[in-house]
Design a binder for this molecule. Sequence first.
Ligand SMILES: CC(C)(COP(=O)(O)OP(=O)(O)OC[C@H]1O[C@@H](n2cnc3c(N)ncnc32)[C@H](O)[C@@H]1OP(=O)(O)O)[C@@H](O)C(=O)NCCC(=O)NCCS
Length: 160
Amino acid sequence: MPSEVKSIVIGRGSTRHAKTLESVHATSFESSWDAHSISGWISHPHGFSAMAMEQRQSPPFAFALALAAGDNAELLTIAVGRDYRQTGVARKLVAFLDQQADDLGLERWMLEVARDNDAAKKLYTSLGFEEVGVRRNYYRESTGAVDALVMTAAVGRLQV
Ligand SMILES: CC(C)(COP(=O)(O)OP(=O)(O)OC[C@H]1O[C@@H](n2cnc3c(N)ncnc32)[C@H](O)[C@@H]1OP(=O)(O)O)[C@@H](O)C(=O)NCCC(=O)NCCS
């Protein structure tokens, strides 16, 4: 996190900031999502979201999107701006989503993570997620196909 940042504010995602969130996603993924699809998930009737800002009115530097599907809470994506990583921002975003999932009466978190994404695997394991399956060659990256690990955890029980 830049040294001048003293605190962060976490709130629900806002379509007003979709262009900024598009930039955050583009610095985080080889195949990133555009502002239109990010807006679509934020305003989806079964979607819920979190974003992080330095102050309530400032542009977001990190966000996460989730979807309620039956009893499941699916983590669709999470991205933290490069300058803000490894300072606990992702953990705070997931904690905020977990509260919403609990309020919605959801039971189980589900997510997919690329087998070669060590930072994300560390994040999820640290939160208490467990691997329950593998989707072979799920991601197509410039270096070739990569498996997705399927991970799960109980809503309201994350180690945030
Ligand atoms: C993965 C990502 C969201 C983590 O965000 P973050 O804000 O840096 O994570 P946090 O600071 O909250 O760290 C949470 C835990 O993960 C660990 N972690 C995070 N990044 C790590 C890294 N690069 N190497 C090792 N551990 C890492 C932290 O040490 C911490 O564990 P601990 O509390 O047990 O010490 C961020 O690296 C990112 O945006 N990556 C690109 C997008 C991406 O891969 N998203 C996930 C797709 S499934």
